[in-house]
Design a protein around this ligand. Structure first.
Ligand code: MAN
Length: 150
C-alpha cells in the first residue's frame, strides 16, 4: 500500500509539471547533464536537482521548484541549495537555447551563489530559427558552427 501510494504521488507530481507549450521538454525529466568550468564539474538534472562538484565534494545548487515562461524563453528554477558562507542558499536558473546537439553549453555565477546555466537543445528550436537557417542558406552566407547552433 505504501509503495503504491508513493508511486501514485510520484506520477501525479510528474504529470503536474510544466514541460513546455508542446511538452517538448518532457524527455529531459530523466536526464542529467554535466559541464566542467574551472575546478568544478556542474551537473543539472532538469525537473530534479543541480550540483557543483569538486573531487568528491558535492555541493547542492538546489532542487527543481518552478518553470517560468519568459518572453526570451523558458527558465527552469532550482532553489534551496547548500547555504553559502555569509550568503544565500545556492540557487540556479537553467535557460534553454536552440541547437542541434543536446548539451550543457554555459555556466555562470552572476552573483555569489546564484548560478545560471544554458542547455542547448533542438527541443526549443522553432519556425523563427528554421527561417533564419533558410535565409542563411539562400544567401550563401557563412555559418558559425562554433556552438552547433541552428
Ligand atoms: C564555493 C563555490 C563557489 C561560491 C563560494 C562562495 O567556493 O560554491 O561557487 O562562490 O563557495 O563562498
Amino acid at each position: 500500500m505504501n509503495s503504491l501510494q508513493k508511486k501514485y504521488d510520484d506520477l501525479k507530481q510528474k504529470l503536474g509539471r510544466d514541460y513546455g507549450a508542446h511538452n517538448e521538454l518532457a524527455h529531459l525529466s530523466d536526464r542529467c547533464f554535466e559541464l566542467t568550468n574551472k575546478q568544478y564539474i556542474y551537473e543539472v538534472c532538469p525537473y530534479s536537482r543541480a550540483a557543483q562538484k569538486e573531487g568528491n565534494i558535492n555541493t547542492s545548487l538546489g532542487s527543481f521548484t518552478a518553470m517560468e515562461r519568459a518572453t526570451d524563453g523558458y527558465k527552469m528554477k532550482f532553489s534551496g541549495g547548500l547555504t553559502c558562507w555569509q550568503g544565500p542558499q545556492r540557487s540556479l536558473t537553467l535557460k534553454f537555447r536552440c541547437g542541434a546537439e543536446e548539451k550543457l553549453v554555459d555556466v555562470n555565477e552572476p552573483s555569489k551563489c546564484v548560478y545560471e546555466m544554458v542547455l542547448q537543445t533542438p527541443a526549443v528550436c522553432d519556425e523563427q530559427h528554421a527561417q533564419a537557417l533558410r535565409l542563411n542558406l539562400e544567401g550563401g552566407g557563412s555559418h558559425d558552427h562554433e556552438h552547433d547552433e541552428l
